[in-house]
Design a protein around this ligand. Structure first.
Ligand code: APR
Length: 311
């Protein structure tokens, strides 16, 4: 079997975290690319210095040249600005769109067969832009958000219930913004509906905290946004693709009529495997859930329309 190659565009907080995780998991050789000289080289060398401790055979390189994308099986894009206190993800739209355009054109040219995972915010609009700029089929271009939002919801429920987070499963749908829809009815603890084990009012508070979790971290860090859990989430998606795991995860995928939405990237549960997004799962939503999802879709539509005009 040939060695896999993972290209990380953006060697900042999330990029560096992902390089370490991919090395630990031996997912493939890792190349990090950034516009700042020294950062991708320095982080790669730093992690490479630990491969003897990790017992990892991964080769790491850092570059300031998009040519390093050549031959990548997976490209994960975090290039862009993160939020600062007081900013919403949407405030990043204009500057990050320009960056995604440049990065997308280079991926198209140098890694035409790659599976692309976008992390840059505002997520749903940026992954739409990436799909259009590369011209790749939508099943090969996805956005990382739902894995993170669902993990945040599950971890907060586990803290409240005093149980192992691994035993909690959650589903958060919609856009990766303040309007995301954490679905309380689909939260389970060891297969038991969470509503049977945790008071509904508490679950509602946790759902609301989940939607604001990104902002909570920005408020605490003050100089940037979350990176450990986002890094873990994107690497989980890369692993599902590289190992053909058929994982059921929520990610921003192109909808073509599913959930009554057409031609828009939005967070929905999918099956991720070697074929990329192999299936979009259509779960039943009651009236309240559908209305929350639709509100989120409306917010995503607004940003995506802005992108469409600029493409
Ligand atoms: N090509 C490559 N790298 C770039 C480019 C570009 N055109 N433009 C910016 N970068 C790099 C920056 O130099 C920086 O090192 O992207 C990196 C981003 O890293 P951080 O600022 O540390 O941001 P991070 O926390 O990793 O978040 C990245 O993901 O969750 C989103 O909102 C977040 O949009 C942000 C992105």
């Amino acid at each position: 079997m040939s060695r896999k190659k993972i290209a990380l565009v953006g060697a900042g907080q999330i990029g560096g975290t992902m390089a370490l995780l991919a090395t630990q998991k031996e997912l493939g050789d890792v190349v990090t690319i950034d516009i700042v000289e020294g950062i991708p080289q320095g982080k790669s060398l730093d992690i490479a210095h630990g491969t003897a401790i990790l017992g990892s055979s991964v080769s790491l390189t850092g570059s300031n040249d998009y040519a390093a994308l050549e031959g990548a099986d997976v490209v994960i894009v975090t290039a862009g600005l993160p939020r600062k206190p007081g900013m919403s993800r949407d405030d990043l739209l204009e500057v990050n769109f320009g960056i995604i355009k440049t990065v997308g054109e280079n991926i198209k040219e140098k890694a035409p067969n790659a599976f692309v995972i976008v992390v840059t915010n505002p997520l749903d609009a940026m992954v739409y832009a990436m799909c259009q700029v590369t011209g790749f089929p939508p099943y090969k271009v996805v956005g990382m958000a739902g894995v993170l939002d669902s993990s945040r919801f599950a971890s907060l429920i586990a803290m409240e219930a005093g149980v192992n987070p691994a035993d909690v499963t959650c589903l958060v749908m919609g856009g990766h913004g303040d309007t995301m829809a954490p679905l309380i009815r689909y939260a389970t603890i060891g297969g038991v509906p969470a509503t049977q084990l945790v008071p509904l009012e508490t679950l509602e508070q946790i759902a609301s905290r989940t939607a604001k979790s990104g902002g909570e971290i920005v408020g605490l860090l003050k100089t940037g946004s979350a990176f450990y859990a986002p890094g873990l989430s994107a690497i989980k998606m890369a692993e599902a693709f590289l190992k053909d795991q058929k994982s059921v995860v929520t990610c921003a995928a192109m909808l073509n009529g599913e959930y009554g939405v057409d031609g828009l990237y939005c967070g929905v549960p999918v099956v991720l495997g070697a074929g990329g997004v192999e299936r979009i799962l259509e779960v039943e939503l009651d009236e309240k859930e559908k209305s929350a999802f639709d509100t989120s879709v409306a917010a995503v539509t607004e940003l995506t329309e802005w992108v469409k005009k600029k493409l």
